[in-house]
Design a protein around this ligand. Sequence first.
Ligand code: CUK
Ligand code: CUA
Length: 624
Amino acid sequence: TTEDDDLSLGLPGLSLGRRDFMKAGVAAGAMGSVAGCSALTGGGGSAGSQSTPSGSGASHTVEPGEHDEYYGFWSGGHSGELRVVGIPSMRELTRIPVFNTDCASGYGYTDGTQEMLEEGGGYSWGDNHHPNLSETDGDYDGEYLYVNDKANGRIARVNLTYFETDAITDVPNMQAIHGCTVLSPDTKYVLGNGEFRVPLPNDGTDVKNPDNYTSLFVAVDPESMETQWQVKVDGNLDIVDTGKEGRWAISSAYNSEEATDIQGMTKDDRDNVKAFDIPAIEQAVENGNYEEVNGIPVVDGTQDSPLNKGDRPIVKYIPTPKSPHCVEVGPNGDYAFIAGKLSPTVTMLDLDALADSSDPEEVVAGRPRVGLGPLHTTFDGNGHAYTSLFIDSQAVKWDIEAAVEAEEGSEDPIIEKQDVHYNPGHIQALEAMTTDPDGEWLVSLNKLSKDRFLPVGPIMPDNDQLIHIGQGEEEMELVADHPAYPEPHDCVFAHKDKIDAKKVYDKDDYEETYITEEDSGVERTGESSVHVKMTTKRSEYGLPDFTVQEGDEVTLTTTNIEGVQDIIHGVAIPEHDINYAVAPQDTREVTFTADDPGVYWIYCTFFCSALHLEMRSRMIVEPA
Ligand code: CUK
Ligand code: CUA
């Protein structure tokens, strides 16, 4: 078996045979089972124990009562949520429900959040992969976080003042949005890559003819969250990142064969990375060079489009080794780094050269050979790139300029390799996506943990590993293992000074009616509808009880009139599937039908005071 044979990853129709797999001690199959190799080859393993700091003596301990220096925002994959993790402690600080519902906070139970999920497609789950912080001048401004839903073609926005999802856009014409990024430097758009090719429009016509399927690239307005325009391209789009000057969005892509099965998708040796010229696309839209589909201007960016034939094509197609995975643009915006996945190389595109050419000879600035299964790359801001190697189970550190100097396929730029446990996807260093990365810490988001934790049944956690990198001069050092519930894909870090989270709601930020103690009461609003208003404070509701009639539609508005931070009250109504949190100075509303006559004790779910258990109200439903 030659080294190149190993790149087949067990994909059907490729050169590595079943016998080779059996030799390596794993069953034949796709990527998942190849993963087994790594424990035997690259992965090594420190006997299942956590590594302890040695060498540099880097400590990630944050003493009790002390704060972490960075916020980490983790995508939660198909759990639908985001997680907020302190760096360097790796402590989970909170979770932000996005595409899922959450009974602790009441997200998806209150009227406002239920409506948002309903208008955002009405699905009960989503698959978020790529969290992105809003930027001003290429730096995080602490306003918003945007994240994709790979499952249903959506983009959601999280308000970072309240750490709360405040908008979900169900993008028309797209089934899956995988790659997602903001357009640097000032977040002009949130950009998304449609991964699954479907008919346009996907309305039941042309379902049997894959030649008429298409993959779309979309721009969403970051404020209104409305879809602005889309570009249709050849092949499947995968991941996207932008240059730092607002012109280029670079997307990796696979399946230029436009097949519908894995054999077909991996048949050819080459695929095309797409470079979207954003101002040129805007010009095409302005000139009316589009077709409107479901209310959205769709610009033709396929290779044969007239818009790609002139002096300034809207999309440049750059041939790369087949099925590349990620694109990350380096901190100074010089190069886009495209990880080879099936090729053991990272392709570096020169973004300046791209303005004049899309000829690989002229735009490929380097192509170091980094190892097997390169998926994602991150940066320390001091001239080094760090690439995750899925198959080798390693993080490889290499020198960016040395890679430009070296011959294509050279291993010379490689400085060091660090084993991780096991099979990393994304890899992310502090503020690596800004123009000024901070170095110091890197997290490797490993897909498999195998024996690294106490056994918890067959669905095992991922393993997010903290690695000390310093300013790039020292050796990498594995410092901590951190189990993660399925399944983070990516994370992004912001210094704590860039996020300004409020501890108490500012009622001016919300439209809901603020209720005072005097407002507490029941108002009949129709023959079979009532509006109940009540406050919460330690340790009573504004109404000790209220009475409605069987069949009434009840709207219950609750304000927490506490002005003190951290005193949250809950409103739980047994047998009505209702529970939600009301934080200090916040107002929440819920609407339900009182179908069953009887007595229902409303109780507080947050332990708020010594008399928390006594914090009760009583809903009396009189028979009709
Ligand atoms: S993807 Cu999961 S490891 Cu969705 Cu960014 Cu590469
Ligand atoms: Cu209020 Cu417990």
